[in-house]
Design a protein around this ligand. Structure first.
Ligand code: NAD
Length: 451
């Protein structure tokens, strides 16, 4: 087995790379001592993680700018402060969430019997994160796993190398290194990790690797959460205020240059609304990023050349109504709207995960519902409609990880909502109390006095 680079105290002190098996064994030994179980340890770690995020904000923001051209404002809003809010919510509610819940006892067990459920930590958890929100998508699950009383191996994405290095440097400075280890690396390192027995694996990324993770987990009967992606549609009804719709669509779509798992992937609407929406989107993007988005400090860059080339290849899938210009050296792709897009065209055959918004037309609501149900269950579905009937029909007749009525992306900022997918968009969920559910075993207890 190849050694992996970890930044635990052990590897720093001995300056020899720790094997994946040793990392897991070391963390498991800590877990067995019971050290991670008291609420005081958990909240202590959450406070330390919070301190990391606030005290080292600038280092993290600089790394996010290096990897993805994220502005400081965006880095703070969507990664650093987002995670701080998630931690604060957990600190406020943890005791309440962990409270055992009593269950009624059937009469045949006698009136002195008591039954309840309690949350047990699972043990050693592996968190594997992607590159698009490389800080948030590592640290929010890590916070959840710690709140639930686990030891954690955190594997940041090698495709966001500056953020990966920053996290590998900072986490051991702040957290209990006997219970939290960062393992950096790509496929070989992750493959070696996945050969080990974990008590839970929390994976965020694409479905192909999701299958690799689930196969490896099956070997040890390890439960998994798979936070995947897919094409999230935005249905725009006729007779809605298209100025508002375009503003909200543009903000959700072009955030992080479209590299957001819950970004509206494409617009579904009738032909007349499509024609009226086009100029509104042009205006909305101009208001967001000015006449030349390349010059705007608020507009991000594509993560690497491979994704730049893939996205550039999708630009021919329709009539360019806005944007379309690219600069490979700068990994820049303008905020783009494609009109008259054929449902069979390349841009409609894969998750776009970039700043290209195709508009696909359907005759009516039935056509839209059929279109959505003919495809993989999306991570998010957005509906812009003034009609309660239309909203209710879509809610009842389609399946998606989340549903945004009138506002894209923002549902994941509601800490009391579970965040996760269904079908091809994943399984399991987290945020707030749902992280406790995911990273704990809900143990059933029955007690009857001996006398
Ligand atoms: P990525 O390439 O960074 O991969 C994610 C992680 O998987 C990385 O840590 C990587 O090292 C690891 N990995 C890659 N290949 C592996 C292999 N063969 N074996 C084991 N591990 C491996 O990120 P990505 O997959 O390109 O991320 C983009 C996808 O993630 C999109 O589909 C997006 O929608 C989805 N996503 C989902 C969410 C969500 O919360 N549901 C959030 C962000 C992104």
């Amino acid at each position: 087995v190849r050694p992996v680079r970890t930044t635990s105290e052990a590897s720093v002190n001995q300056s020899t790379p720790e094997q994946p098996a040793d990392v897991v064994a070391r963390l498991r030994a800590t877990f067995r001592t019971g050290r991670t179980k008291p609420v005081a340890w958990r909240t202590g770690q959450l406070h330390r993680l919070r301190a990391l995020l606030t005290e080292r904000r600038d280092e993290l923001a600089a790394a996010l700018h290096t990897d993805l051209g994220k502005s400081a404002v965006e880095a703070n809003r969507t990664e650093i402060d987002f995670t701080v809010r998630e931690i604060d919510h957990s600190l406020r509610n943890l005791t309440e969430w962990l409270r055992p819940e009593s269950a009624p006892v059937p009469a045949h067990l006698g009136s002195d019997a008591r039954a309840w459920t309690q949350y047990d930590p699972l043990g050693v958890v592996l968190v594997i994160a992607p590159w698009n929100y490389p800080a948030q998508l590592l640290l929010a699950p890590v916070a959840g796993a710690l709140a639930a009383g686990n030891a954690v191996v955190a594997k940041p994405s090698e495709l966001a190398p500056a953020t990966s290095a920053a996290l590998a440097r900072l986490l051991p400075e702040y957290l209990d290194t006997d219970a939290v280890a960062v393992v950096e690396g790509g496929v070989p390192e992750t493959t070696a990790l996945l050969a080990e027995r974990f008590d839970h694996i929390f994976y965020t990324g694409n479905g192909t690797v999701g299958r690799v993770v689930m196969r490896a987990a099956a070997e040890h009967l390890t439960p998994v959460a798979l936070e995947l992606g897919g094409k999230s549609p935005a249905f725009v009804d006729r007779d809605v205020d298209l100025t508002v719709v375009a503003d909200r669509l543009a903000r959700g779509k072009y955030l992080n240059a479209g590299q957001t798992c819950v970004a509206p992937d494409y617009v579904l609407t009738d032909p007349a609304t499509a024609a009226a929406l086009e100029p509104e989107l042009v205006r909305a993007v101009r208001e967001l990023y000015g006449p030349e988005p390349k010059e705007s400090g608020e507009y991000g860059r594509i993560v690497n050349e491979r994704h730049f080339d893939r996205l550039s290849g999708l630009l021919g899938s329709g009539r360019v109504a806005l944007g379309g210009d690219t600069d490979r050296a700068a990994k820049y792709i303008a905020p783009t709207v494609l009109a008259d897009v054929d449902p069979g065209s390349p841009v409609m055959r894969e998750e776009i995960f970039g700043p290209i918004l195709p508009i696909v037309t359907v005759p009516d609501l039935d056509g839209a519902i059929g279109f959505i149900n003919d495809r993989d269950k999306p991570l998010a579905l957005y509906v812009f409609s003034e009609s309660a009937d239309t909203r209710d029909r879509i809610a009842a007749e389609t399946s998606s990880g989340g549903l945004g009525l009138g506002l894209p992306v923002a549902h994941l900022t509601v800490s009391d909502l579970p965040f996760g997918g269904v079908g091809e968009s994943g399984m399991g969920s987290y945020h707030g109390r749902y992280s406790i559910e995911t990273f704990s075993h809900r143990k059933a207890v029955l007690a009857k006095p001996l006398s």
